[in-house]
Design a protein around this ligand. Structure first.
Ligand code: UD1
Length: 354
């Protein structure tokens, strides 16, 4: 059996690693296609090294652009690759433009699509990721779900039960496998993170593209930084928006370039709490038992609220009080299937449905 994995953006890489490892152990033929959606060393190359992944076999080098331009470039450039490679499965991950674009190409030339992280919905179609999730799930014929609620969503949307397989959360496989190296990195100590610190990441257009919203967020973080050291590894988009809007970040907040997977894990595992709009961090903090405040009106990962440490913050004025009152659960509850073995279950499902 031959798998063609598609990755493109930072959150895809930790999802690929456990599936790649499990498929290697099962002696499957594998090709890794990187679309080049993310291309900076800190957004891509360092992740392949940290995660022990081989360099991609093919890189489409599409780079940045509007949604239409980026999606179109991926569609156009991936078609020849898929026709030449003719895998038994196109395996796509998450909800980025690369996921949806290649699923469209494969579906039209008769290559079956397996979607890792199927069935997540925020219910908010103003998010580009929500469109990507819906289209990818409609086209995939193997829907590999990270949590039981995702399967219920897919069934309610009319997906046939035999196409839905609950495999658990592959991000958490990578988290568990990487913890020893993250701890050994000593990164948090090196930068003076003492356990009383707050880790911030923001990159969603809804938070960073509106200068007034971004200024209000930074203002709130500045208040938090009067009591706790705030570490803010910033996505390139966020850096650019801060510069464009002339918003300055002052004392108590350490702005950083994006950091590698192990360094981030070390910084987050010891934090007082995390303030974010990331999808992956909502899951990682739940698995680590670290309080997480998500600056969004909704989440496609509600299980991190009902069974984890995540809280949606709708009223920005409440963030300071929430951060002050944050406490860790005495023992983190982990949702079913967040056990470090999702990669093996995914490969078993690919073989069983092959
Ligand atoms: C993408 C995903 C988002 C994911 C995020 C993680 C989509 C629709 N969005 O958003 O779901 O949470 O990745 O990071 O696929 N840039 C660089 N260097 C890079 C990559 C991007 O400087 O290596 C800058 C460019 O200015 C670019 C901007 O970031 O225009 C946005 O990149 P893009 O890939 O379009 O979307 P993300 O916001 O990263």
């Amino acid at each position: 059996m031959k798998l063609l994995h598609v990755v493109g953006a930072r959150p895809n890489f930790p999802k690929l690693a456990p599936v790649y490892r499990a498929a290697s152990a099962a002696n499957l033929e594998q090709v890794v296609l990187h679309t080049g959606q993310h291309y900076d060393e800190q957004m891509s190359g360092s992740f392949f090294r940290d995660l022990g992944l081989p360099s991609p076999d093919i890189n489409l080098e599409v780079g940045s652009g509007s949604h239409a331009a980026q999606t179109a470039a991926i569609i156009q450039r991936s078609e020849a690759v898929l026709l030449e490679q003719r895998p038994d499965w196109l395996v796509v991950y998450g909800d980025v433009n690369s996921t949806m674009a290649t699923a469209i190409v494969a579906a039209k030339i008769g290559i079956r699509v397996a979607h890792v992280e199927a069935g997540l919905r925020s219910g908010d179609r103003s998010m580009p990721e929500e469109i990507n999730r819906i289209i990818t799930d409609r086209l995939a014929t193997l829907l590999l779900t990270p949590s039981t609620d995702a399967g219920e969503t897919l069934r309610a949307e009319g997906e046939p039960s035999e196409e839905i397989v609950f495999v658990g959360n592959v991000m958490i496989d990578t988290l568990f496998a990487s913890l020893p190296r993250a701890v050994a990195s000593g990164f948090a100590q090196t930068i003076g993170a003492d356990g009383n610190h707050v880790v911030v990441t923001l990159h969603r257009p809804s938070n960073v593209d509106d200068p007034a919203r971004l200024a209000a967020l930074v203002d709130e973080l500045q208040h938090i930084a009067q009591h706790r050291h705030v570490f803010f590894p910033a996505h390139p988009r966020t850096r650019a928006r801060l510069a464009d809007s002339g918003i300055s970040v002052n004392q108590g907040i350490t702005m950083m370039d994006p950091i590698g997977y192990h360094d981030m894990l070390d910084l987050v595992r010891g934090a007082h709490c995390v303030v974010t709009d990331s999808g992956g961090l909502q899951e990682e903090t739940t698995a680590l038992g670290v309080p997480c405040f998500t600056l969004r009106p909704n989440t496609e990962r509600p299980i991190t609220i009902t069974e984890g440490t995540n809280t949606l913050v709708l009223d920005l004025g409440k963030l300071g009080g929430l951060v002050r009152a944050a406490t860790r659960p005495s023992s983190p509850r982990r949702p079913e299937g967040w056990d470090g073995h999702a990669g093996e279950r995914i490969v078993a499902a690919l073989i069983a449905h092959g």
